[in-house]
Design a protein. Structure first.
Length: 350
């Protein structure tokens, strides 16, 4: 298991940068012997940040079997990499493998996105064929690398208008409690995000756009990234009943709701934009702000939602205190972004 050979060592940082750490010189009879634990101090090395992998390459034929390796740097707390396969390292292919690479175990993140519906925000094509990436950010400041959200099948086509898509991606870090997620786009075919969910082994985050979030690499059209953060820890169930009256249904309206209470307000993502008269729409929201005792809800119609809609009532259940509030459209008001058809803002209170 011991050796008197020379070995090169490399470290890979979280961003993918690789540093040549130099030579582990084992020619002395006092080091790298069977059962020994040895320390090497390597100086004047490029800082690659948090180290996620180490690789040892043989420069001699005298094989070496290590159980594991502790490594640390000014930017990377000590971490133990384990030679779980008990790989022998040697430049002699008959004795072992020429290199040994050990990495931290990867963590799975499940990212679900909801693309805005067609024509939302006066945009005819909110879907995209551009590459989309997600970076998960923890409350402790640790973040993942930029992870591409790719279709799982060759015939899948994610990010279509109104579509909900789920992706499983991996990174070397579990960021712990999740605070934010940042989405980046890799092309000029613009994309409008409505809402997203991120789940890790440690936590789950739901985020909702409170205004149009349009992404594109064309700077004249939009920014290329958007960072969305947790609004709070409160959950709500919202039920919206469309009136049974004639012409109350709609197939093109874009409504966002603002819940108001004694402690403030919190805003949802877009509601359904295609409902028949008499339909009951139900929504579940997590990670919104705690508004205290619910008093009112304000519905806002966004541009290009020109097919009028009439709600009968809205019911809000505050899951943090069990408070149930019913708010009726007592004046039978229609809503529309076209002022000739209805109002663009409707506030209902208990």
């Amino acid at each position: 298991a011991g050796t008197n050979g020379h070995f090169l060592i490399y470290a890979t940082g979280h961003s993918g940068e690789v540093a040549d750490l130099g030579v582990l010189d084992n020619t002395s009879e006092d080091v790298a012997q069977a059962g020994s634990k040895d320390t090497y101090v390597l100086k004047d090395i490029a800082d690659v940040g948090v180290i996620v992998c180490v690789e040892i390459k043989a420069k001699s034929g005298d094989a070496w079997l290590i159980d594991g390796l502790d490594i640390s740097s000014p930017s990377s707390p000590k971490y133990t990499f384990v030679n779980s396969d008990h790989t022998l390292i040697s430049s002699d292919w008959f004795e072992g493998k020429s290199s040994l690479k050990m990495c931290r175990p990867k963590v799975q993140y499940v990212v679900t996105t909801k693309t805005a519906p067609k024509y939302a925000y006066d945009h005819s094509a909110p879907g995209t064929d551009s590459k989309v990436y997600a970076t998960v950010i923890g409350k402790n400041g640790v973040s993942t690398t930029r992870m591409r959200l790719e279709a799982s099948g060759i015939f899948d086509n994610p990010f279509n208008a109104g579509a909900t898509d789920t992706f499983t991606v991996e990174d070397y870090f579990d960021v712990g409690a999740i605070d934010c997620v940042q989405f980046d786009i890799g092309g000029n075919d613009a994309w409008i995000l409505d809402r997203a969910e991120v789940q890790s082994p440690s936590d789950k985050l739901n985020v909702y756009t409170t205004e149009r979030v349009l992404l594109s690499t064309d700077a004249s059209e939009a920014p290329s990234y958007a960072k969305l953060c947790r609004a709070g820890a409160a959950g709500y169930d919202v039920r919206v009943k469309t009136s049974d009256d004639k012409y109350s249904g709609t197939d093109r309206i874009f409504i966002r709701a603002e819940i108001e209470g004694g402690k403030g307000t919190t805003t949802t993502s877009l509601l359904d934009n295609n409902v028949n008269k008499g339909h009951l729409s139900e929504y579940h929201y997590e990670d919104l702000a705690n508004v205290g005792k619910v008093n009112c809800i304000t519905l806002t119609a966004y541009p290009n939602g020109k097919d009028a809609w009439k709600p009968s009532y809205v019911e809000v259940v505050a899951l943090y205190n069990g408070n149930v509030v019913n708010m009726d459209n007592v004046d039978n008001v229609f809503m529309s972004s076209d002022p000739s058809e209805g109002v663009s803002v409707l506030k209902l209170c208990k």
